[in-house]
Design a protein around this ligand. Structure first.
Ligand SMILES: Nc1nc2c(ncn2[C@@H]2O[C@H](COP(=O)(O)OP(=O)(O)OP(=O)(O)O)[C@@H](O)[C@H]2O)c(=O)[nH]1
Ligand SMILES: [Mg+2]
Length: 236
């Protein structure tokens, strides 16, 4: 069992997409917990991302393990604390003591194991007991995609998307063996948690109120039309 302090860290620069920066330089760390049945591939997923390694031999996680990954978003340092929890029933009690304070919950199942998908609802319920459901970002991750023939996978994907919708989670399918989607998935986790940290900081800040943020959903052409309409009204 490895805990904060003896962590190994990696560095990533996120693509400079839609993320905003508040400029106060206070962004710190997001806690991410990774839960799911034993042997679904939680440790391999984290190791593929943090160390770019894959071990085909199963070594059960005892309690929890911990990795830290550093990101830079528009020049703002940001870290993900990845908590790799044990799926084995006998270690669940220790692992669940680390659930509290998560900004994102990653629920992993094996796309070749229907039961592991069915159990994801219970994993989510347990993780939410320790967290505020309205304040946490959810991901449902199907692992070991490399072992699933396409026809079989598409049936599983249909069910997984249904479960993800019920949970209001984002669905991802990955392979830690080939690396498919692993980097993309963690970058997405980092983007959404960073964004939510920015919004939380702004909400807290008395100087800059959340009401100052303007979200524009229109396309550029809509905006142009709106501007034209306003202009003509004003001239009437
Ligand atoms: N083919 C394939 N095998 C995988 C993949 N991910 C994990 N495995 C294998 O599945 C087994 C279990 O992987 P782990 O990552 O240790 O599973 P875990 O979910 O951490 O298990 P616990 O720690 O007991 O909860 C190992 O033998 C891995 O090599 C994958 O993407 N593809
Ligand atoms: Mg493990």
């Amino acid at each position: 069992m490895r805990l904060p302090g003896d962590s190994c860290s990696g560095d990533h620069s996120l693509p400079q997409g839609k993320l905003a920066c508040t400029g106060n330089g206070r962004f710190k760390i997001s806690k991410i917990i990774v839960v799911g049945d034993l042997s679904v591939g939680k440790t391999c997923l984290i190791n593929r991302f943090c160390k770019d390694t894959f071990d085909k031999n199963y070594k059960a996680t005892i309690g929890v393990d911990f990795e830290m990954e550093r990101f830079e978003v528009l020049g703002v340092p940001f870290s993900l604390q990845l908590w790799d929890t044990a799926g084995q029933e006998r270690f669940k009690c220790i692992a669940s003591t680390y659930y509290r304070g998560a900004q994102a919950i990653v629920i992993v199942f094996d796309v070749n194991n229907v039961a592991s998908l069915a159990h994801t609802r219970q994993w989510l319920a347990d993780a939410l007991k320790e967290n505020d459901p309205s304040n946490v970002i959810l991901f449902l991750v199907g692992s070991k995609k490399d072992l699933s023939p396409p026809a079989q996978y598409s049936l599983m994907e249909r069910d997984a998307i249904k479960v993800a919708k019920e949970m209001q989670a984002e669905y991802w399918a990955v392979s830690s063996l080939t690396g498919e989607n692993v980097r993309e998935f963690f970058f997405r986790v980092a983007s959404l948690t960073f964004e939510s940290s920015v919004l939380a900081e702004l909400e807290k800040s008395s100087a800059r109120k959340i009401g100052d943020i303007v979200r524009i959903h229109s396309t550029d052409s809509d905006l142009y039309l709106t501007a034209q309409r306003r202009k003509s009204k004003c001239c009437l």
